[in-house]
Design a protein around this ligand. Structure first.
Ligand code: ADP
Ligand code: MG
Length: 145
Protein backbone atom coordinates (compact mmCIF):
# COMPACT_ATOMS: atom_id res chain seq x y z
CA UNK A 1 0.00 0.00 0.00
CA UNK A 2 1.29 3.45 -0.91
CA UNK A 3 0.12 7.05 -0.59
CA UNK A 4 -1.97 9.00 -3.07
CA UNK A 5 -3.49 12.46 -2.86
CA UNK A 6 -7.18 13.09 -3.39
CA UNK A 7 -8.98 16.43 -3.68
CA UNK A 8 -12.68 17.15 -3.91
CA UNK A 9 -12.41 20.13 -6.27
CA UNK A 10 -14.75 23.09 -5.67
CA UNK A 11 -17.35 21.76 -8.13
CA UNK A 12 -17.84 18.68 -5.94
CA UNK A 13 -16.89 20.09 -2.53
CA UNK A 14 -19.78 22.58 -2.72
CA UNK A 15 -22.41 20.62 -4.69
CA UNK A 16 -23.93 18.35 -2.09
CA UNK A 17 -25.27 15.68 -4.43
CA UNK A 18 -21.86 15.38 -6.08
CA UNK A 19 -20.02 15.41 -2.76
CA UNK A 20 -22.29 12.75 -1.27
CA UNK A 21 -22.07 10.54 -4.36
CA UNK A 22 -18.29 10.67 -4.45
CA UNK A 23 -18.06 10.22 -0.69
CA UNK A 24 -20.20 7.08 -0.96
CA UNK A 25 -17.73 5.65 -3.45
CA UNK A 26 -14.64 6.73 -1.49
CA UNK A 27 -15.93 5.63 1.92
CA UNK A 28 -16.64 2.11 0.67
CA UNK A 29 -12.83 1.68 0.98
CA UNK A 30 -13.36 -1.27 -1.34
CA UNK A 31 -9.73 -1.72 -2.19
CA UNK A 32 -8.07 1.29 -0.54
CA UNK A 33 -8.03 3.17 2.78
CA UNK A 34 -8.95 6.77 3.46
CA UNK A 35 -6.19 7.95 5.80
CA UNK A 36 -7.08 11.63 6.02
CA UNK A 37 -9.59 14.13 4.74
CA UNK A 38 -10.22 17.73 5.71
CA UNK A 39 -11.15 21.19 4.48
CA UNK A 40 -8.19 23.32 3.48
CA UNK A 41 -7.76 26.37 1.27
CA UNK A 42 -4.60 25.89 -0.79
CA UNK A 43 -2.53 28.98 -1.58
CA UNK A 44 -2.12 29.73 -5.30
CA UNK A 45 1.61 28.88 -5.03
CA UNK A 46 0.79 25.31 -3.93
CA UNK A 47 -1.61 24.81 -6.85
CA UNK A 48 0.97 26.25 -9.24
CA UNK A 49 3.51 23.65 -8.14
CA UNK A 50 0.93 20.84 -7.93
CA UNK A 51 0.05 21.49 -11.59
CA UNK A 52 3.50 22.70 -12.72
CA UNK A 53 3.46 20.36 -15.76
CA UNK A 54 0.53 22.43 -17.13
CA UNK A 55 2.29 25.81 -16.88
CA UNK A 56 1.91 27.68 -20.16
CA UNK A 57 -1.35 26.00 -21.15
CA UNK A 58 -4.13 28.54 -21.90
CA UNK A 59 -6.33 27.28 -19.07
CA UNK A 60 -3.54 27.37 -16.43
CA UNK A 61 -4.45 30.75 -14.85
CA UNK A 62 -8.08 29.66 -14.68
CA UNK A 63 -7.08 26.33 -13.10
CA UNK A 64 -4.97 27.98 -10.39
CA UNK A 65 -7.74 30.42 -9.59
CA UNK A 66 -10.41 27.69 -9.56
CA UNK A 67 -8.42 25.49 -7.18
CA UNK A 68 -7.28 28.20 -4.77
CA UNK A 69 -10.28 30.53 -4.52
CA UNK A 70 -12.09 28.53 -1.82
CA UNK A 71 -11.40 25.80 0.73
CA UNK A 72 -11.47 22.33 -0.83
CA UNK A 73 -11.54 18.86 0.73
CA UNK A 74 -8.11 17.27 0.55
CA UNK A 75 -6.94 13.92 1.80
CA UNK A 76 -4.56 11.04 1.61
CA UNK A 77 -5.45 7.52 0.67
CA UNK A 78 -3.36 4.37 0.65
CA UNK A 79 -3.76 1.89 -2.14
CA UNK A 80 -1.82 -0.72 -4.07
CA UNK A 81 -0.61 0.12 -7.55
CA UNK A 82 -3.38 -2.06 -8.99
CA UNK A 83 -6.15 -0.51 -6.90
CA UNK A 84 -4.97 3.05 -7.64
CA UNK A 85 -5.18 2.18 -11.33
CA UNK A 86 -8.68 0.84 -10.80
CA UNK A 87 -9.66 4.01 -8.90
CA UNK A 88 -8.39 6.15 -11.76
CA UNK A 89 -10.43 4.04 -14.15
CA UNK A 90 -13.54 4.56 -12.04
CA UNK A 91 -12.77 8.28 -11.91
CA UNK A 92 -12.91 8.57 -15.69
CA UNK A 93 -11.13 10.73 -18.26
CA UNK A 94 -9.96 14.27 -17.56
CA UNK A 95 -12.34 16.15 -19.87
CA UNK A 96 -16.00 15.70 -19.10
CA UNK A 97 -17.06 15.42 -22.74
CA UNK A 98 -14.69 12.46 -23.10
CA UNK A 99 -15.33 10.80 -19.74
CA UNK A 100 -16.58 7.23 -19.85
CA UNK A 101 -20.32 6.85 -19.17
CA UNK A 102 -20.85 5.71 -15.58
CA UNK A 103 -17.50 7.09 -14.40
CA UNK A 104 -17.43 9.54 -11.48
CA UNK A 105 -16.45 12.41 -13.72
CA UNK A 106 -19.19 11.65 -16.22
CA UNK A 107 -21.75 11.47 -13.41
CA UNK A 108 -20.58 14.36 -11.23
CA UNK A 109 -18.35 16.60 -13.33
CA UNK A 110 -19.67 19.70 -15.04
CA UNK A 111 -17.79 20.65 -18.20
CA UNK A 112 -14.25 20.75 -19.60
CA UNK A 113 -11.79 20.51 -16.71
CA UNK A 114 -14.48 21.07 -14.06
CA UNK A 115 -14.13 17.42 -13.24
CA UNK A 116 -14.98 16.99 -9.54
CA UNK A 117 -11.96 15.11 -8.24
CA UNK A 118 -8.20 15.05 -8.26
CA UNK A 119 -6.53 11.69 -7.69
CA UNK A 120 -2.80 11.01 -8.10
CA UNK A 121 -2.28 9.11 -11.32
CA UNK A 122 0.45 6.71 -10.10
CA UNK A 123 2.38 5.73 -6.96
CA UNK A 124 5.36 7.98 -7.81
CA UNK A 125 3.22 11.07 -8.36
CA UNK A 126 1.19 10.11 -5.27
CA UNK A 127 4.31 10.08 -3.09
CA UNK A 128 5.49 13.42 -4.50
CA UNK A 129 2.05 15.06 -4.14
CA UNK A 130 1.57 13.84 -0.56
CA UNK A 131 5.04 15.12 0.35
CA UNK A 132 4.34 18.52 -1.23
CA UNK A 133 0.91 18.96 0.35
CA UNK A 134 1.99 17.75 3.80
CA UNK A 135 4.11 20.88 4.13
CA UNK A 136 0.80 22.79 4.16
CA UNK A 137 -1.84 20.48 5.64
CA UNK A 138 -1.70 17.57 8.06
CA UNK A 139 -2.62 14.46 6.14
CA UNK A 140 -3.13 12.23 9.17
CA UNK A 141 -6.76 12.40 10.25
CA UNK A 142 -10.24 12.13 8.77
CA UNK A 143 -12.04 15.33 9.75
CA UNK A 144 -14.96 15.22 7.36
CA UNK A 145 -18.58 14.12 7.52
P1 ADP B 1 -6.19 14.44 -14.39
O1 ADP B 1 -6.86 15.31 -13.36
O2 ADP B 1 -7.17 13.55 -15.10
O3 ADP B 1 -5.00 13.69 -13.86
P2 ADP B 1 -4.28 16.25 -15.72
O4 ADP B 1 -3.33 15.88 -14.63
O5 ADP B 1 -3.84 16.07 -17.13
O6 ADP B 1 -5.67 15.43 -15.56
O7 ADP B 1 -4.74 17.76 -15.56
C1 ADP B 1 -4.97 18.30 -14.29
C2 ADP B 1 -6.24 19.13 -14.29
O8 ADP B 1 -6.09 20.26 -15.17
C3 ADP B 1 -7.47 18.41 -14.83
O9 ADP B 1 -8.09 17.56 -13.87
C4 ADP B 1 -8.36 19.58 -15.23
O10 ADP B 1 -9.02 20.15 -14.11
C5 ADP B 1 -7.33 20.56 -15.79
N1 ADP B 1 -7.19 20.37 -17.23
C6 ADP B 1 -6.34 19.51 -17.87
N2 ADP B 1 -6.48 19.60 -19.22
C7 ADP B 1 -7.46 20.51 -19.44
C8 ADP B 1 -8.08 21.08 -20.61
N3 ADP B 1 -7.70 20.71 -21.84
N4 ADP B 1 -9.06 22.00 -20.43
C9 ADP B 1 -9.42 22.40 -19.21
N5 ADP B 1 -8.88 21.93 -18.05
C10 ADP B 1 -7.92 21.00 -18.16
MG1 MG C 1 -3.17 14.33 -13.15
Amino acid sequence: MADALLIFKPDSAYRLAARAGIWGWLASERDWNVESLEWFQPPASLIESHYDFLQGRPFFPWLVDFMSALPVVVGRITASEESLKQMRYELGETQIAKSRPGSLRERYGIHGGLNCLHLSDALETGAAEVKRWSDFVQLDQVRFA
